[in-house]
Design a protein around this ligand. Structure first.
Ligand SMILES: CC(C)(C)S(=O)(=O)N[C@@H](Cc1ccccc1)C(=O)N[C@@H](Cc1c[nH]c[nH+]1)C(=O)N[C@@H](CC1CCCCC1)C(O)(O)C(F)(F)C(=O)NCCN1CCOCC1
Length: 327
């Protein structure tokens, strides 16, 4: 069995990617943000204060004949951007791209931070990182993909994210026609609960490749490509109008400047992010904000949507490996 669900950018900046998910019986369809950087499936619900839920689609467990409360269970999560949410837990049938998982933990939000209230593009998240990162207490719950994997044709899913266009999340199969190049696989380290891998070098534009070991995660829930300062400084050194903008907390440049591409090693291959994807968004007038920024203070590098948009990414749980193919 397999599943295939379309995704689309939430706004004109590709800030996040949204996929419709069916929960309960009869189906309640919610627009959710698939996040390979976390492991909780949580939703705005009938238990979310109505002032916070305004503008969001909600899940109402009492209207679903297949919902069951998980007694005594609670969850609480804080994300890298200091947004947070918490609540209690139900199980229900969750269908994604035509594939149904019964008894899926659906974490119902009784509290959400202001960023979530304001971001009406999503009604919650589908965590697709490893089960160890799940925050439910006293008993950790499995992700939708973990529950699905034993029933899927193959224990894999792929992310195909595109700039200002639809893409897909495919489960149980790899559609190689989505890629222009071969898939190169690298092993993941599972200790932190992420899809974490090491990239051995990088190159800027047509420049020579520089040895630099990057320990990073493939993270669909992070908008930008966040790497070590040395790499980021070297990149914007090649951008004549670039400057570090303290107020924007990142590098900005003149929108009319052509940006060099950025390549990173995946095993013995490389993935090249075209400069056009690194011209992320206008901030004001003709000043633009870069899609490549520093990972300082995070403790790990993040290959977020700006990098993933350049590739077809294969999340292979069966073989504990990550595959990247140029698009
Ligand atoms: C807002 C913005 C300027 C466009 S942004 O570039 O910051 N984009 C946000 C995502 C976003 C888009 C649109 C609207 C609102 C928020 C972004 O990239 N956030 C990252 C920033 C970051 C990462 N690291 C340091 N900073 C983040 O927190 N991403 C998490 C998912 C987000 C959370 C907010 C809502 C959208 C989804 C994440 O899950 O990808 C994560 F990996 F970064 C993360 O925080 N994972 C949580 C891992 N823990 C481990 C321990 O157990 C609990 C879970």
């Amino acid at each position: 069995q397999t599943g295939s669900a379309p995704n689309h950018p939430s706004d004109s900046e590709d800030d996040e990617y949204i996929t419709n998910v069916s929960i309960g019986t009869p189906a309640q369809v919610l627009p959710l943000d698939f996040d390979t950087g976390s492991s909780d499936l949580w939703v705005f619900s009938s238990e979310t204060p109505s002032s916070s839920a305004r503008g969001h689609t909600i899940y109402t467990p009492s209207k679903s004949s297949t919902s069951k409360k998980v007694s005594g269970a609670s969850w609480s999560i804080t994300y890298g951007d200091n947004s947070s949410s918490s609540g209690d837990v139900y199980t229900d049938t969750v269908s994604i791209g035509g594939f149904s998982v019964t008894g899926q933990a659906v974490e119902s939000a009784t509290k959400v931070s202001s960023q979530f209230v304001q971001d009406t593009s999503n009604s919650g998240l589908v965590g697709l990182a490893l089960d160890s990162g799940n925050t439910v207490k006293p008993t950790k719950q499995k992700t939708w993909f973990s529950n699905a994997s034993s029933h899927l044709a193959s224990p894999v899913f792929t992310a195909d994210l595109n700039h200002q266009a639809d893409g897909s999340y495919n489960f149980g199969f790899i559609d190689t026609s989505l890629a222009s190049g071969p898939i190169t696989y690298v092993p993941i380290s599972t200790g932190n609960g992420f899809w974490e891998f090491t990239s051995s070098s990088y190159a800027i534009g047509g420049g020579s490749s520089k040895k630099h070991s990057t320990d990073g995660i493939a993270d669909t829930g992070t908008t930008l490509l966040l790497l070590d300062d040395t790499i980021v400084d070297a990149y914007y050194n090649q951008v004549q109008s670039a400057q570090y903008d303290d107020s924007q907390e990142g590098y900005t440049f003149d929108c009319s400047e052509d940006l060099p591409s950025f390549s990173f090693a995946v095993g013995s291959s490389t993935i090249t992010v075209p400069g056009s994807l690194i011209n992320f968004a206008p901030v004001d007038g003709n000043t633009c904000f870069g899609g490549l920024q520093s990972d300082d203070g995070i403790g790990i590098s993040i290959f977020g949507d700006v990098a993933i948009k350049a590739a077809l990414v294969v999340f292979d749980l069966g073989n504990k490996r990550l595959g990247w193919a140029q698009k």
